[in-house]
Design a protein around this ligand. Structure first.
Ligand SMILES: Nc1ncnc2c1ncn2[C@@H]1O[C@H](COP(=O)(O)OP(=O)(O)OP(=O)(O)O)[C@@H](O)[C@H]1O
Ligand SMILES: [Mg+2]
Length: 309
């Protein structure tokens, strides 16, 4: 292999590395730290600019929230016909305005959550509560959308779920994103199930460092987490995409006809990581999807912000 100095005779000789033939670092020691400092400064400037842009977009999105909520409120008021009766055409127009308003609100909410997660300012609020209530509330919110799409949505409360501390609004956000996908990607006539159960979660790193063998076996005989799943009878997802779908802005080829930015699952993954939980999918093409997530019954302090997917 030709060395770099042979290829570019004008370059000041620096000597070559015997392993790869590329130039060795220049012997002047001060040159390396200078270069490294430049790169570090450029990187910091880029990060700063990215943070500022994300914040500026987030504050613009935030400013849109209030007027949009007011508009949506008026649409609902008109739809309720409390201000006077609507003819069929007016009802149709109101219906379209309502769903567009809701969609816009969802986009704004997604973007706000994304930017908060990006800038690392998201705070979790764990409050002891009942997971069944939390899940049935989200189901109720989604039931009309499912009916409109000709889909059946089932949730059966599980009386084995213990009361534990969790961040309800964020869990509802995760479930909403999963239900939204199930609703969007499952063809008419399909079925979607929401299910929750106690679960024994053996977290390798955590269990090893804190509990010895016997105590660990005992502690594992009792559930230490709750597992929530959303299953559908939709088209399914090929195994090679099972990790990628949780990346920011990733959409499967062919999903373009459905509305979306490819953020819903990435947001769900990050929210769960922030709550010491994890999310994954089991699916085969043509056999529907089962998205599941785990939430520990006791929040784990100092859990890494960006754990494995
Ligand atoms: N239940 C599902 N069935 C089939 N494909 C799915 C399902 N859920 C997600 N996907 C695929 O995973 C991709 C990523 O999902 P994600 O929720 O992150 O984005 P999106 O739904 O496309 O857009 P957004 O959630 O931002 O509105 C989707 O574009 C779709 O291709
Ligand atoms: Mg989605």
């Amino acid at each position: 292999m030709a060395s770099m100095s042979e290829k570019s005779p004008g370059v000041a000789p620096t000597g070559t590395n015997p392993k790869d033939g590329f130039p060795s670092p220049a012997p002047a020691l001060s040159a390396v730290p200078d270069g490294a400092e430049d790169v570090a400064r450029d990187l910091e400037q880029l990060r700063d600019r990215y943070r500022k842009t994300t914040n500026a977009l987030a504050s613009a999105a935030h400013d849109l929230k209030t007027p949009l909520a007011i508009l949506n409120g008026y649409i609902e008021l008109l739809q309720s016909q409390k201000l006077g009766p609507l003819n069929e055409r007016q009802r149709e127009v109101m219906g379209d305005m309502f769903s567009s308003g809701q969609r816009l609100q969802q986009f704004i909410q997604d973007f706000l959550t994304f930017s908060v997660l990006e800038t690392g300012e998201l705070r979790m609020q764990f409050v002891e509560g009942d997971m069944n209530t939390c899940l049935s509330e989200v189901c109720r919110l989604w039931s009309t959308r499912f009916q409109e799409r000709g889909l059946a949505l089932y949730f059966l409360a599980n009386d084995k779920l213990p009361a534990f501390a969790f961040d309800g609004p964020k869990i509802q956000r995760v479930i909403s994103n999963l239900l939204e996908n199930a609703c969007k990607y499952t063809p008419q006539g399909g079925t979607v199930w929401l299910h929750a159960e106690p679960h024994m979660w053996e977290r390798r790193g955590v269990a090893k460092s804190s509990v010895n063998g016997e105590r660990r076996r005992q502690s594992l005989s009792a559930p230490n987490a709750v597992k929530v799943s959303v299953s559908d009878t939709g088209p399914g997802i090929r195994p090679e995409f099972h990790l990628e779908i949780f990346d920011d802005f990733f959409r499967l080829p062919g999903s373009e006809s459905a509305e979306g930015m490819g953020l819903g699952l990435a947001i769900a993954r990050r929210l769960l990581q922030g709550m010491s939980g994890k999310i994954w999918v089991e699916s085969e093409p043509g056999a529907g999807c089962k998205f599941s997530f785990l939430m520990p019954l006791k929040p784990i302090l100092n859990s890494p912000q960006r754990g494995p997917k």
